[in-house]
Write a protein that binds this ligand. Structure first.
Ligand code: F6R
Length: 588
């Protein structure tokens, strides 16, 4: 959601803040702002819209903070943009304060006037009121009043080389560079700026004094920490259209190869043993990651003959799930910071379950929480819509499923070795992009569309529909192909697009029948399938490279990702920054 950064650097602090903010923009782009302290005074620049709007001469100062906003309390506007200022303090905040209404009422009664609609302004007012000359103590005192999630970075006019930060349930890490100290919401945003990073845990504070980074308790006691070297800076290229999403689709084969290399070197024994002996297996995730988890659940339960319960994390955490000691929870999250997924994982752990996490960010909160962290090596995913991380999640989860089967039956499933061909199959899927782009052109003005599939193809259909909704702003729904005539068929009229994914020999004819039923009622039908003999079963046919049926979701989603991206571009939108959305949903 929002992105925060704090930086101390005697040279180019303002420029460094802007560089990081630009990389944080995928967390929110409703507004942006920075504050620096110099000569005993704060200078603030903040604006509705993108970071690029913060143009102008650099602000002076060696200590500064910055923010990109994804609005939660109050519309996107200059006033609601961070940093917020009270007395000698400026603050940036990511998270949601749950007791902000009570605190605001109390502060208002005490004569405070608010200049924004945000919950965050309450925090800086509390800090200003608590200040008796001790910067750190004022922040700690204010934090003791807060309920909810927050990662904050605070500046004080009296301390021109200091930044005080605190964290509860919103991501934050500290980073050390040459002559510079940082705090930030994200590791990828710090790439190129720092050489060492260390995550901040809930309840901890970070006190930056010059280049020195001190982790402390609320009482100010120093906490010993080990910083890890940050991996080499990843390139974040753009595609021919100028979009990162397009480039990220192109990186799928590379990500799969890297992920497979990592998985092959990993000792799965503890995770597979836990899964094999589990009373119950659950998965939790959100959005795209949930689709990957659903495909995994279906595969594992079929291959290992174990029931797997897959739930959206937001439902799991409030649904009093049946999970307990002896059960396994598999949590899937590209960022490893999604609030609902994290809370679901915490709940499962608190009840004694074994936690396996699949994340794309090694140091993420979810990875650190897990008993068995698994990695996808998709590389940094900047575009808001998840693409390459999804393919890598599927690969990782299928690998895990195969290991579980091995530990249960002393033999790998027949499709296991074909995981090594997934990258090449995805690369071959690129060759159908010109057909897919012409399909996007054909459907450019469609106002709605349905995606259908059977078995695991229904999860690919759901993922295709999600991509179209989120970036092309076309109402797109998905349903199991067999469910079409139980309701959705009523939507079909002349030209209504129905897009089917059919990758299993056992059911392709059934899906073709569903398309025929839609066609008979005027639908414009599309079929994505490796079975070329079905080319005549739809108005549009996209041939898919073949992998064993259980692995087909890895490759069949690729043309759907490309279709959504092209549809978005043709409709004149930016695929990297869909309206109302942000990468890494760190608030509930
Ligand atoms: C869709 C998309 C979102 C994320 C979801 C979970 O393209 O990107 O649906 O998949 O917000 O995010 P992570 O995987 O970071 O937990």
């Amino acid at each position: 959601m929002c992105g925060i950064v704090g930086c101390f650097s005697r040279e180019g602090c303002y420029e460094k803040l802007l560089t990081v903010l630009q990389k944080l923009e995928y967390r929110g782009y409703d507004s942006a702002g920075v504050a620096l302290v110099a000569g005993g005074a704060l200078a603030v620049r903040k604006k509705k819209g993108a970071v690029a709007n913060l143009c102008g001469a650099p602000l002076a100062g060696a200590a500064g903070i910055g923010h990109t906003r994804w609005a939660t309390h109050g519309k996107p506007s200059d006033e609601n943009a961070h940093p917020h200022v009270a007395g000698k303090f400026a603050l940036v905040h990511n998270g949601i304060l749950e007791n902000f209404a009570v605190l605001k009422e109390e502060l208002t009664k005490n004569g405070e006037a608010f200049s924004s609609e945000t919950d965050s302004e309450v925090i800086v007012k509390l800090i200003a009121r608590a200040y008796k000359g001790d910067f750190f103590a004022a922040v700690a005192a204010a934090c003791s009043r807060l309920e909810g999630s927050y990662a904050i970075a605070v500046l004080c006019e009296d301390f021109p080389e200091e930044i005080v930060c605190a964290k509860n349930k919103s991501p934050l890490l500290a980073g050390a560079g040459r002559g510079a100290a940082f705090v930030c919401s994200d590791i990828p945003a710090l790439e190129g700026e720092v050489r060492y990073v260390c995550p901040v845990e809930d309840g901890e504070f970070v006190h930056i004094r010059g280049e020195e980074i001190c982790f402390c308790t609320a009482g100010g006691a120093c906490l010993p920490k080990v910083f890890c070297r940050l991996a080499e800076k990843e390139r974040a290229p753009v595609g021919a259209s100028g979009s990162r999403m397009e480039a990220e689709i192109g990186q799928i084969p590379h990500g799969l190869e890297k992920t497979l290399g990592w998985l092959r070197a990993c000792d799965f024994a503890p995770a597979a043993r836990a899964l094999r002996g589990a009373g119950r297996i659950f998965t939790v995730a959100c959005g795209t990651a949930h689709h990957a988890a659903l495909a995994f659940g279906a595969l594992l339960s079929r291959e290992a003959r174990i029931p797997v319960f897959c739930e959206a994390a937001s439902e799991f955490r409030y649904g009093d799930p049946l999970i307990g000691a002896g059960d396994v929870l598999v949590a899937v999250s590209q960022s490893g910071e999604t609030a609902d997924t994290l809370e679901a994982a915490r709940l499962a752990k608190a009840r004694g379950a074994y936690l396996i996490a699949v994340t794309n960010v090694e140091q993420s909160t979810l990875a650190r929480l897990a008993d068995f962290p698994l990695r996808t090596l998709a590389g940094a995913e900047i575009a808001v819509a998840a693409t390459k991380s999804y393919n890598c999640q599927l690969l990782c989860l299928y690998f895990l499923a195969a290991q579980t089967v091995f530990y249960k039956k002393a033999a790998f499933p027949a499709w296991f070795s074909a995981l090594g061909r997934a990258a090449e199959a995805c690369e071959r899927a690129f060759s159908c992009f010109s057909e897919v782009f012409s399909l996007a052109k054909r459907l450019q003005t469609a106002r709605a569309m349905s995606f259908i599939g059977r078995g695991t193809d229904r999860f690919t259909a759901a993922e295709g529909a999600l991509k179209v909704r989120e970036i092309a702003y076309v109402f797109a729904e998905s349903c199991p192909a067999g469910e079409l005539k139980h309701g959705t068929l009523a939507l079909v009229e002349e030209g209504f697009p129905v897009l089917a994914v059919a990758t299993d020999r056992a059911t392709v004819q059934k899906t073709a029948n569903s398309l025929a039923e839609a066609k008979a009622r005027g639908a414009f039908t599309c079929l994505f399938s490796p079975y070329k003999e079905y080319a005549g079963a739809a108005d549009f046919f996209c041939p898919l490279p073949a992998l064993p049926a259980p692995l087909m979701p890895l490759v069949s989603v690729v043309p759907l990702q490309a279709f959504a991206c092209r549809l978005c571009l043709l409709r004149g939108f930016d695929p990297d920054r869909p309206r109302n959305l942000a990468k890494s949903v760190t608030v509930e």
